[in-house]
Design a protein around this ligand. Structure first.
Ligand code: NAP
Length: 256
């Protein structure tokens, strides 16, 4: 019998929903999943950016779904649109997220609710909707949540973001506990300091930029493409026995 090489990272024929796929980390993860073989259901709020063209350049299909995840109203429509486009769902990447900055003494209810609603509530209910579909398909499935360094650390002036991202780490564990036996893997990626529109202000502030880079063992900001390998790993059968884990992709920041 000859030696057989099995590519456990291959995602050919799989369907992935990626929220916030128009830009930044979501765009990079959508393109990485497509390059590994997935058709992509890209959820964006306003415009799709260049993601459809980048996905299609890999030879895969892109379904454009518009939804505002500030409420859970569109959750069922997202699942329905994915099924209409591609007939099944295998992977959900909960990437959409926002941040609000203010001292805790002055933090408003509006800034609390806005961040919790997008980063935590919609993430939970979209996961629930996807998992119901995985159970119906009897296929198992992969859910990948986007956490943060503030799932592990306190941060400052970002109360609702820290609460939400710490909640993402906990929910990732809870959902893994409930769904692992149904071959649904729930894991998270915790990006470190990544160069996206989200962090442009920090990078443009020479002093803050230097402080941050000095503390990153890898000596540089992360690029969105640094999430390509980790997201494909967590979406593929290579991670079938990985449940409830939050994987830091941070250039060593947490190890410091
Ligand atoms: P970004 O460039 O600001 O992208 C955020 C994405 O979320 C955009 O696609 C945005 O859509 C979408 N989004 C926000 N509110 C939404 C809503 N109500 N409904 C639907 N989509 C919504 O930031 P990013 O850096 O790529 O961040 C992506 C994820 O990584 C977030 O969860 C963020 O917290 C997390 N993260 C980022 C870093 C970092 O260093 N960059 C570090 C740790 C964690 P629009 O373009 O329409 O606003």
């Amino acid at each position: 019998m000859g030696l057989k090489t099995v590519n456990t990272f291959d995602l050919t024929g799989k369907v992935a929903i990626v929220t916030g796929s128009n830009t930044g980390l979501g765009a990079a993860m959508a393109v990485a999943l497509a390059a590994a073989g997935c058709d992509i259901v890209g959820v964006s709020r306003a415009d799709t950016g260049t993601t459809p063209a980048r996905v299609e350049a890999t030879g895969r299909r892109f379904a454009d779904v518009r939804a505002d995840l500030a409420s859970i109203a569109p959750v069922d429509d997202i699942v329905r649109a994915a099924l209409e486009a591609f007939g099944r769902i295998d992977i959900l990447v909960n990437n959409a997220g926002i941040i609000r900055r203010e001292h805790a003494l002055d933090f408003t209810e509006a800034d609390w609710d806005a961040v919790i609603d997008v980063n935590l509530k919609s993430l939970f209910f979209l996961s629930q909707a996807a998992a119901r579909q995985f159970v119906k398909q009897q296929s198992g499935g992969k859910i990948i949540n986007v956490a943060s360094m503030l799932s592990f650390q306190g941060g400052i002036r970002v109360a609702s973001y820290t609460a939400a991202k710490s909640g993402v780490l906990g929910l990732t564990r809870l959902l893994a506990n409930e769904w692992a036996a149904q071959r649904i893997n729930v894991n998270a990626i915790a990006p470190g300091y990544m160069a996206t529109a989200n962090t442009a202000a920090l990078r443009n502030d020479a002093q803050r930029n230097e402080e941050i880079v000095d503390r990153i063992p890898a000596g540089r900001w992360g690029s969105p493409d640094d999430l390509a390998g980790p997201v494909v790993f967590l979406a593929s059968s290579a991670s079938d026995y990985v449940h409830g884990h939050t994987l830091a992709v941070d250039g060593g920041w947490l190890a410091r």
